[in-house]
Design a protein around this ligand. Structure first.
Ligand SMILES: *Cc1c(COP(=O)(O)O)cnc(C)c1O
Length: 432
């Protein structure tokens, strides 16, 4: 680690808890100290000590065009010179909302907020408001931002009551949350059978990407759709990561399942703070001031984020964009799978489009019980050695690897060659 990063981290820890503004950045899961970055361009990130890295974090997903993409930079500069926020309607809100409604099958109306967390908490409030029910169902290993009711751990058993995942969340708050294993349709069917009339909503990542990437089993999303419809339960797809990434219309387009509500963020803002929630008109019309469910935001719909989002969604319409991204992702996945085999590394690569995880585990995970078997210590060693050689991976085993349209075949091949060197040098005895 460079001297300037080290000095900045020292200073940061004096004035910022843990020296970071979001926990995973602190490298706790992989050891060592975080790097401080000065700038990014395309697929590359440059730290304050002048080292370059091929970036597979991409700000945790938003930067599907890579860093400092020309169209986004121009949009933000233009917006800034006209004033960054009015706290009043502006034309860019209408343009971005229209692009979202056109792209996402389940969205007829959409409300902009400032983060994915705000989107999920607002969607849950709305679901409770329209159903008049209190129970929320979430899946173990899925992350929906730091909403109190969703920041929970599963108790033991198949269909379990939630227990707070952190101090500061009252037990009464999570008493209204039920946690089920991801990909376990039988567990949800049983819960719905027993308590369907009390359940306001199910919130799920249609492709789980916050325990590492765990794709939905065939029939899982269909089953959730069918059972929720039968019981009058609002189905929320949290597409904060998958939206505009796995397909222009997100996972709901890819798998052809239409939820009642969808939450968005990340790519939608082109790298600026944003979130959004949307869905069927009759549900969205319950949001204030049209309806009675309150939700508001001082900076919601600000021209900076709107114009960045518009530039982003327009760029994604470039013919062949998703085909090229898929080809690049397949190239990386194929390369990594081959070198894992070649080096005798017990690993599985999971992937949906440009989201993937190299899990140090011997069987494809289908839920958190499986994902959590992965050898996080070995991942930490792999991470550190990749970093030393100029590849920036997520500083945790339980995160996705993100690709952008800016990653070239040459950069992908260099990444695979580096992984070969690194994995060759690691000894793979029984799990420690
Ligand atoms: C990142 C993420 C969130 C939270 O978004 P923030 O903008 O960090 O608040 C919610 N849901 C999913 C699926 C996410 O990946």
């Amino acid at each position: 680690m460079g001297a300037i990063s080290r000095r900045l981290f020292e200073q940061a820890r004096q004035v910022i808890p843990g020296g970071v503004n979001s926990p995973v950045r602190a490298f706790k899961a992989v050891g060592g100290e975080p790097l401080f970055f000065a700038r990014g361009k395309g697929a590359m990130l440059y730290d304050v000590d002048g080292n370059g890295y091929i970036d597979y974090v991409l700000s945790w997903g938003p930067l599907i065009l890579g860093h400092a993409h020309g169209e986004i930079v121009r949009a933000v500069q233009e917006a800034a010179s006209d004033g960054t926020s009015f706290g009043a309607p502006n034309p860019h809100e209408v343009d971005l909302a229209r692009l979202v409604v056109e792209a996402v099958p389940g969205i007829e109306k959409v409300r902009m907020v400032n983060s994915g967390t705000e989107a999920t908490l607002s969607a849950i409030r709305l679901a409770r408001g329209v159903t008049g029910r209190d129970l929320v169902v979430k899946m173990e290993g899925c992350y929906h931002g730091h909403v109190d009711a969703l920041l929970v751990k599963a108790g033991s058993g198949v269909a379990t009551l939630a227990i707070p995942g952190t101090p500061g969340v009252p037990a009464q708050v999570v008493a209204q949350t039920m946690v089920l294993p991801y990909n376990d349709l039988d567990a949800f069917a049983a819960l719905a059978h027993a308590r369907g009339k009390e359940i306001a909503c199910v919130i799920v990542e249609p492709v789980a990407a916050n325990m590492g990437v765990v794709p939905p089993k065939r029939g899982y999303l269909e089953g959730l759709r069918e059972i929720t419809a039968r019981h009058g339960i609002v189905l929320i797809f949290d597409e904060v990561i998958t939206g505009f990434r796995v397909a222009p219309g997100g996972a709901q387009e890819l798998y052809r399942i239409t939820p009642d509500l969808t939450t968005l963020g990340k790519i939608l803002g082109g790298g600026l703070p944003i979130g959004a929630y949307g869905g069927r008109e009759e549900i969205m019309d319950r949001v204030a001031p049209e309806g009675d469910v309150y939700q508001a935001g001082t900076l919601a719909g600000n021209p900076l984020a709107m114009k960045a989002g518009i530039a982003m969604l327009k760029s994604l319409k470039t013919p062949g964009f998703y085909d090229r991204l898929e080809a690049a992702s397949a190239r990386l996945a194929k390369g990594l799978t081959a070198i894992a085999e070649e080096t005798g590394t017990p690993a599985r690569l999971t992937r949906v489009g440009s989201l993937m995880t190299l899990f140090f585990v011997s069987r494809d995970p289908v839920d958190w019980a499986g994902a959590s078997q992965a050898d996080a210590r070995r991942y930490a060693a792999y991470f550190q050695r990749m970093l030393e050689r100029g590849i920036y991976l997520a500083p945790s085993q339980f995160e996705a690897m993100f690709l952008s349209a800016a990653h070239t075949d040459e950069q992908i091949d260099r990444t695979v060659a580096t992984a070969r060197d690194v994995l060759k040098g690691m000894r793979w005895g029984p799990q420690a």
